[in-house]
Design a binder for this molecule. Sequence first.
Ligand code: FAD
Length: 385
Amino acid sequence: VNHVVVVGAGLAGVRTVEALRGRGFNGRITLIGEERHRPYDRPPLSKAVLLGDADTSFVEADLAAMEVDFWPGVSAKSLRSGVVETTEGELGYDGLVIATGAEPITLPGDGPQHVLRTLDDAHELRAMLVPGARVAIIGAGWIGAEVATAARRAGCVVTVVEAGPAPLATAVGAELGARTEPWYDGIDLRLETMVDSVDEGGVRLVGGEFVDAHVVVTGIGVRPAIGWLADADIDLHNGVVTDEYLRTSLPNTVAVGDCAAWWSRRWQTRLRVEHWDTALNAPEIAAASLLGEEVAYDPVPYFWSEQFGHMVQYAGHHPAGERLVYRGDPGGKWSAVWLTGDDALAAVLAVDRPRDLVQGRRIIDAGHRLDVERLVDPEVSLRDC
Ligand code: FAD
């Protein structure tokens, strides 16, 4: 491989560049990114940046020192064998990294609708979160909960509209999500409520009711940003399909980060994980694969969310679990673990119990079985269960 083109200058893209150089690749690297910014981390956007505690979150990576030809503000439009068609013309390659991430889903209607994906989105939204502003947030998932945290802190009048029966229901199930409902104190939380459209001045609900709002934020999820690959001869299915080495169906082409649906050996299913840890660590494997090595990507997925003063952390893959067991009661610090039929740990969700997360992740990795009787006692360390 002589010239690697990396499409997408988010965390996964820049980490792949670093990993290529780290592995001694000294050929040409071109990094193209739709945004005008150099690569930055997204998790702070809905936390420190939205709360006004930070203005930026740039990744520490010296693109010049790594001799990367960086094209900010340039989009890939389409792909054919050996050539990426960009908004600035054609770009030939013999190694390709697809790292275009994901893009927010929006709702119908012609009223102003904010999303929170980019640094620019975060700055725009932050300026609108002023005391007394009526803010309607659609979706009580991870992003919705974090935006609600910031809006309430800023003194806004906050309504959260959620289609499911509880916050976080889509992510972790209704039973567990219901444990976070009391955190919405002072917020008008409307569950099992569907939005019809976002109109001028607020949100129209199914059934006709209108929720007045100065600011509408839609946080109902993302989809992989793979529109530019629609006509390419590459396997796509809920993202760019890869094997366990992050290799796509095209030669010398890997996919990594939010846009990649990789084969997980550990869970024997295809996973597409929209979380920071994947964008941070999978690039090491993607770079190795591009340089001809065979190292499988087989992590225990991990992520965190900071909402309403709580640190929520998750590791594993709960669809592999059959039983949910709680440790600690909902008013305090607690966690929940998903067990498989033979009492192995499939996933753990920890609320202000970071040790359960760390130990749980190791136990999942090792495949140990647990003693359920000890497990329900939050005083007993997970690693002693
Ligand atoms: P992205 O970060 O989406 O980067 C992809 C880049 O590619 C983008 O800059 C995009 O503009 C560019 N691009 C797209 N299409 C093209 C094209 N055709 N041509 C050129 N460039 C293109 N995860 C956690 O684990 N914990 C958290 O607390 C957390 N908080 C988050 C908060 C927010 C507000 C957001 C938005 C995400 C959060 N995440 C969190 C998720 C995490 O940030 C993502 O998983 C991570 O950013 C994925 O990195 P990526 O490089 O794969 O994709």
